[in-house]
Write a protein of this length. Sequence first.
Length: 170
Amino acid sequence: MSRTPIREALRRLHADKLIVEGIRGFLVYEFTIGEIAEVYECRAILESGAARLAALRRTDQQLAAMTRILGTLDRQGSPRQQMAEINEEFHMAIADAANNPKLKQHIERNQLFYFSYPLASLYSDREALASRWQHEALLKAIANRDPVTAEAIAREHVEDALMLLRSKLG
């Protein structure tokens, strides 16, 4: 196998500041809480805009997909584990329903920085359940074609996640 694809992948990860050069190769970059806050600020802008557009532009099939994703949650299982499993899928379904390929591309690119699984472990089951309720309220606003409420819930959802991370990470 050629080393070119590996070199290109490393260049891309380095350009995205996900890895840094060490003495003997590359190391995974450790983000500061300030950098994580910047990522979440971008996420709030991108995802609240996507939620607004999804409420205006979603198709019945896209709404069914979002409903199916949230429907996979088992009310008996650990909300924290389930949140990590469906969170990214649900947020990407909203980006799909916005029907704006450029916006979706920016959201996908920003998702490189979401830290979903490691940070989900910081949530208590109660905090994860609150996140689930926000997802359900967001789905309802999109289903009702209410762009103002969808945008507000999506922004609040991301801002709440950032506040929680700040409190847990110091």
